[in-house]
Each structure stands twice: as structure tokens, then as C-alpha cells.
Design a protein around this ligand. Structure first.
Ligand SMILES: [Zn+2]
Length: 143
């Protein structure tokens, strides 16, 4: 003896679909975390490498600058500045990846800012700072 209202509540509601869109499986989250961590380690190694190159350039400049003419000194200074700006940009990328890892823990990472869909794991691995899914990114670029 169910009332018509009860029958309606028991009917098919698209609740399951809505939930599926707003969650990402734990396995996927782990995949993203691993990709981000690997990227961070790569960048850190690159950063250390760049720093030791800077130190080397600096040492060269101090030890054998006596025999250099002005052009040599200028080249070395330029090289060193290049290395420093490279180191800075690597450090910035490390910060981006670390921030992404924090947001991943909070559950706020990897969602398209425009349409709210999850950004595919592969895309996040390649571009840890991606904030749009491929479709929205393409739409944004076309404009
Ligand atoms: Zn999107």
C-alpha cells in the first residue's frame, strides 16, 4: 500500500552518476601522487646539478680571472646569470609540484577549473600544474 510519493523516491535517480563525477579512485590518487613525487625528485636532482654548475662557474671566475680579458669575464658572468635564472625557474617548478601534492592530500587537486571534471592522470603526470582538462584547455586556446 505505498503512496505514489514513495514510489517516486524509490525510482531511478541519477545519484550514482553525480557521485562518480566528483570522486577519484584511491588507486588513481596514488598514481598522481607517485607521478608528482617522481617529478619533484627529478626537479630536485636538476636543481642540485644547476647549483653545482653555478658554484663551479663561480670558482672559475675567482681562480683564473687574472688571465682573462674582458670578453671572457663577460661570458662567464653571463653564463653564471643564465644558470642562476635556470636554478630559480627549477625551484619555482619544485614549489608548484609540492603545492600540487598538498592540494592532492586535501582533495582539491586534479579537477578542471572550468568544467569540474577530473583531469586525466596522464595529463597531470606530464603537466603537474595543469588546471584545465584537455577539452577546456583546447577551447581556451582556440579563443
Ligand atoms: Zn574541463
Amino acid at each position: 500500500m505505498a503512496k505514489p510519493a514513495d514510489t517516486r523516491t524509490a525510482g531511478r535517480k541519477p545519484a550514482a552518476k553525480a557521485t562518480a563525477q566528483a570522486t577519484r579512485s584511491a588507486a588513481e590518487t596514488e598514481k598522481i601522487r607517485a607521478a608528482l613525487a617522481a617529478r619533484r625528485d627529478e626537479l630536485r636532482a636538476e636543481y642540485d646539478q644547476t647549483l653545482s654548475e653555478i658554484t663551479e662557474l663561480q670558482r672559475d671566475r675567482l681562480t683564473d680571472s687574472a688571465g682573462d680579458d674582458q670578453a671572457d669575464t663577460g661570458t662567464k658572468t653571463f653564463e653564471r646569470e643564465q644558470e642562476i635564472s635556470l636554478a630559480n625557474s627549477i625551484r619555482e617548478r619544485i614549489t608548484q609540484v609540492e603545492r600540487a601534492l598538498e592540494r592532492l592530500d586535501e582533495g582539491g587537486y586534479g579537477w578542471c577549473e572550468r568544467c569540474g571534471n577530473p583531469i586525466p592522470v596522464e595529463r597531470l603526470a606530464a603537466f603537474p600544474s595543469a588546471t584545465l582538462c584537455v577539452t577546456c584547455k583546447q577551447l581556451a586556446e582556440r579563443r
